[in-house]
Design a protein around this ligand. Structure first.
Ligand code: MTE
Ligand code: MO
Length: 515
């Protein structure tokens, strides 16, 4: 009898581990990092050279698969162990699960390619394991008690059978749910790996028109955001829980609606067109005053106006509704896509194919408009229509139908609360109003006079511009305020407004204590 009850406890623990690991793998697929693979690769990092040699000798090129299987088996055994410990001490079993979760977190966050949310899958997995254990362990115990009662008193047998069946159903159910989640997660990750591999093999064509960043565009001040934002630091905003994984070979863009001829274009056809480089700053309408939902990249793409001309836009159209493969839509004023600005279908970002999270293989970039009405990632459809007939995703959700970018500035140096030493130092930041441009920036210390900051060389009116002002900092607390000056000579408005419905306003302010 005792063996049976131990067996059930171990089975319950192993099932809880399968459930937790499955949930963790599914979460891992969503954030882009498998926790089991992370533990495996942490082990590779930690293994002594002879261990690696031995593994390669034993398993050849299957060494990585063998390692993952080994991690999974160890996890199962530890789960069974937790189930056994739970018979005596639930707290002890929980501690073991938490420690395993922490090991998972440690492995996940120390990977070189760890995504921002890497901590989530192992943490969620440990939580799911604890939950499953708290449900299964008492049932294992109940089934065993019933077994003992049944052997003492044969008339209790049906109830023993019932509680054993309940135990079996719950435990097998938890293990099956975990296995299903893991398989689902791996399927998603297989899609991601495929898109990553295809992306890595792409060589983008040379542009027919290049863009250069003038030498004076970047002041190189420590702490000041660089003129060009590296892809890895570029802000990311979208509604996609799992990033769409598109094989460019299957990608197509359809242009239809109020046009004379529908146009359909494939990836190969798009790459064969004369592509142009342009530097454009993207901004999110949700950016708060002083916020970092803004970045600048060197884009490679094809002007949308040429494709619209090919389609022949009808006279009564005033909007293009772009749709992403995941259903997101943006409503862009037609004139911003047909005038001479660099509104493009982008395929390249800072010299690489678009990163998958930034719209691979093709996205829109339209200077002068917030992203939610223009910058559709993973775009597959352009419908030429009217504002009176169609709406983009965010419009019925309380955001303005149109989203021209407002004049804004940000103070990067010094940072809020930074330790500044008295004496000569600099204040620096960026200012922007894409497609309109910025004439100047003024800075005020406390209630002092507005001082004219020096602007860096602007890349173009479509990008942010860096600015700086020398500051003889005196000891004590100070508040620095900035305001951009528009091309019309008017300063950025002081009136503070929240991001909704059409973009935040107000002067950026940084308080520091000079010592
Ligand atoms: N498919 C899709 N494209 C999208 C969005 C989205 O949710 N889904 N969000 C938009 C918003 S609100 C912004 S600010 C920009 C952000 O682009 P980024 O993530 O490359 O910085 O993408 C736009 N394109
Ligand atoms: Mo946005």
């Amino acid at each position: 009898m005792h063996t049976g009850s131990r067996g059930r406890a171990a089975f319950a623990g192993a099932a809880a581990a399968v459930f937790g690991a499955g949930v963790a793998e599914l979460a891992g697929a969503l954030v882009g990092a498998s926790p089991i693979a992370a533990v495996g690769s942490a082990l590779i990092d930690l293994a002594p050279p002879w261990g690696k040699d031995l593994a390669i000798a034993l398993f050849g090129t299957g060494d990585k698969a063998a390692l993952i299987v080994a991690v999974a088996i160890v996890l199962l055994l530890l789960g069974a162990g937790a189930g056994l410990i739970a018979r005596r001490s639930m707290g002890g079993a929980q501690t073991l699960v938490v420690v395993l979760g922490l090991i998972g977190v440690g492995a996940a966050v120390t990977r070189a390619d760890a995504p921002a949310l890497a901590i989530v899958p192992p943490a969620v997995g440990a939580g799911a394991t604890l939950l499953a254990l708290s449900l299964l362990a008492p049932r294992a115990a109940a089934a065993s008690t019933a077994t003992r009662t049944a052997s003492a008193a044969p008339d209790a047998a049906p109830s023993a059978g019932a509680s054993r069946r309940t135990f079996l159903t719950w435990t097998a159910g938890a293990a099956a749910a975990g296995a299903l989640a893991a398989v689902g997660g791996w399927a998603l990750q297989a899609g991601a790996r495929a898109a990553t591999a295809v992306r890595a093999a792409i060589t983008l064509p040379r542009p027919v028109k290049t863009a250069t960043v003038p030498a004076g565009a970047d002041l190189g001040i420590p702490g000041l955001t660089p003129a060009i934002t590296p892809n890895a630091d570029f802000y990311r905003i979208d509604t996609a829980l799992a990033v769409p994984q598109i094989d460019p070979a299957t990608w197509k863009l359809r242009i239809h609606g109020k046009v004379d001829n529908e146009v359909e274009i494939s990836w190969d056809e798009l790459l064969a067109l004369p592509l142009e480089e342009s530097v454009t700053t993207l901004t999110c309408v949700s950016n708060e005053v002083g916020g970092d939902l803004i970045g600048t990249a060197l884009w490679l793409g094809y002007p949308i106006r040429h494709l619209l001309a090919r389609a022949g836009v009808q006279a009564d159209a005033d909007m293009v509704l772009s749709t992403s493969i995941d259903g997101f839509t943006a409503g862009t004023p037609l004139e911003t896509l047909t005038d001479d600005r660099n509104a493009i279908l982008a395929v390249g970002m800072n010299g690489e194919p678009l990163p998958i999270a930034h719209g691979f293989p093709v996205r829109m970039v339209v200077p002068g408009l917030y992203g939610y009405v223009s910058a559709t990632k993973w775009v597959t459809d352009l419908e030429v229509t009217r504002f009176s007939d169609a709406q983009g995703y965010w419009t019925p959700r309380g955001w303005s139908e149109r989203g021209p970018i407002k004049l804004a500035s940000r103070i990067d140096v010094p940072r809020r609360g930074a330790a500044v030493s008295a004496g000569d130092t600099v204040i620096a930041g960026v200012a922007w109003q894409q497609h309109v441009g910025v004439r100047g920036v003024q800075v005020r210390i406390d209630d002092g006079d507005w001082q004219e900051a020096t602007l860096a060389t602007a890349i173009s009116a479509d990008t942010w511009v860096q600015w700086t002002l020398p500051w003889a900092a005196t000891a004590g607390p100070h508040t620095i305020t900035a305001r951009a000056i528009g091309t019309d000579g008017q300063p950025q408005t002081q009136a503070s407004a929240p991001p909704a419905p059409d973009g935040a306003t107000g002067w950026p302010r940084v308080s520091v204590t000079v010592a």
